[in-house]
Ligand binder design. Structure first.
Ligand code: SF4
Ligand code: SF4
Length: 375
């Protein structure tokens, strides 16, 4: 409980102000419609935990874990309430409180199989080893691929590789598949997340890689922010997200891109946008395509609504996660766009499922898959 004490002032302020600004766009609140699911409710729970009026139990865990870690409440509130909520998850996990099964599975699967999808890691390694760039001993960049890309969205990898090859980028791919630790971290399993962080860092050290390319928003946030906290060490590697890297390739005219007549809107992944500040690079890539008209959804950039998948929410509350994604798809439809583009394989999956659930005609693509079709 000690690690929650630093949030007492924030919780007290929230209790007294009771403004509720954090509610409007909170995906958990918008779907579950009870104050206790918004940051406001979670901070009230935190306050009462600290005052001994509530206990760390199953009922508290049910409320606290219903959070996508999107951080939209931070923007509305001014306090980093999502940090306090993350700490509550970690304390609940550490204390061995019964956590809703779906969230717990994310951690258990990572512990048992090395990835949150429970696929034999040898399968991932075999896939990576089948890529020609995995055999290279040196290259300018090392491409780190995440579990969702490898086990669920491998077409996305094909798209990215096609673009990098077309631009003549010198890159190589590790032959070992190691989860970055983000899924375990977001459900409070700090020990396993730290273990994954050590494994990934060791991998980069063994490969003598300084320049790392990442194209999953979750991996990116983990590598640039959370590893410093988990390993209590300064960043040792230069980590670049594929959006910024591809934007430079486009700007330097390294890609010959065919025109596309389409109205497109862009969904900011929480981990890439709000948490890491990468807003403009994907928009610049899309705007550079001749014939593309880029239009914005009402809630964009740091105010972008969450797709509903993060923080273990898709695993813990699958139907709710897809319903949240469907709302985001509806928001995209209102722009008049026919293609909704994003820059995270996990958002891509959830938005696609959301679109399907409401029979939307909206085409869901990643920046990479869209670009790969045009180079
Ligand atoms: S916006 Fe902040 S202070 Fe206001 S209710 Fe929400 S968490 Fe509390
Ligand atoms: S981080 Fe997102 S889901 Fe969690 S309480 Fe804040 S706004 Fe709601």
């Amino acid at each position: 409980m000690e690690r929650l004490e630093k949030f007492e002032d924030w919780a007290r302020a929230c209790m007294h102000v009771r403004c509720g600004f954090c509610r409007e766009n909170c995906p958990a609140y918008s779907q579950l419609q009870l104050d206790t699911y918004a940051a406001k409710g979670k901070m009230t729970i935190l306050y009462h935990l600290l005052k001994g009026k509530l206990e760390l139990d199953e009922a508290v865990a049910e409320r606290v874990f219903a959070c996508t870690s999107c951080g939209l409440c931070d923007v509305a509130c001014g306090y980093n309430q999502s940090e306090a909520i993350h700490e509550m998850k970690t304390v609940l996990y550490d204390q061995g409180v019964a956590i809703p099964e779906g969230y717990m599975k994310v951690s258990t699967k990572t512990r048992e199989s090395g990835n949150p999808y429970s696929v034999d890691a040898n399968e991932g390694a075999r896939f990576l080893q089948s890529l020609p760039e995995s055999e290279l001993s040196t290259a300018d960049y090392t491409l780190f691929l995440g579990c969702t890309q490898i086990y669920r969205e491998s077409n996305e990898i094909g798209s990215l590789l096609k673009i990098l090859r077309a631009a003549g980028v010198s890159f190589r791919i590790p032959t070992e598949q190691i989860c970055c630790g983000s899924p375990a971290y977001r459900v409070g399993d700090e020990a396993q997340a730290r273990e994954q962080a050590r494994r990934v860092t060791n991998l980069f050290e063994r490969m003598e890689s300084d320049n790392i390319l990442v194209s999953c928003a979750g991996c990116y946030r983990m590598l640039i922010h959370d590893y410093e906290i988990l390993l209590n060490d300064d960043a040792k590697f230069k980590i670049t997200h594929s959006m910024e890297f591809l934007q430079e390739l486009v700007q330097d005219d390294k890609l010959k891109i065919r025109p596309l007549n389409a109205i497109i809107t862009y969904h900011d992944p929480c981990h890439l946008g709000r948490h890491s500040g990468v807003y403009e690079a994907p928009r610049q890539i899309l705007s550079s395509i001749l014939g593309v008209k880029l239009v914005e959804m009402e809630w964009n950039r740091k105010f972008a609504k969450c797709c509903g998948a993060g923080g273990g929410f898709r695993s813990g509350r699958g139907e709710d996660a897809i319903a949240i994604a469907a709302n985001r798809v509806r928001e995209a439809e209102a722009t008049g766009a026919s293609i909704l583009v994003t820059a995270c394989p996990f958002c891509l999956r959830n938005l696609r499922d959301g679109a399907q659930s409401v029979n939307s005609q909206m085409k869901i693509e990643s920046v990479e898959s869209l670009l790969a079709e045009l180079v």
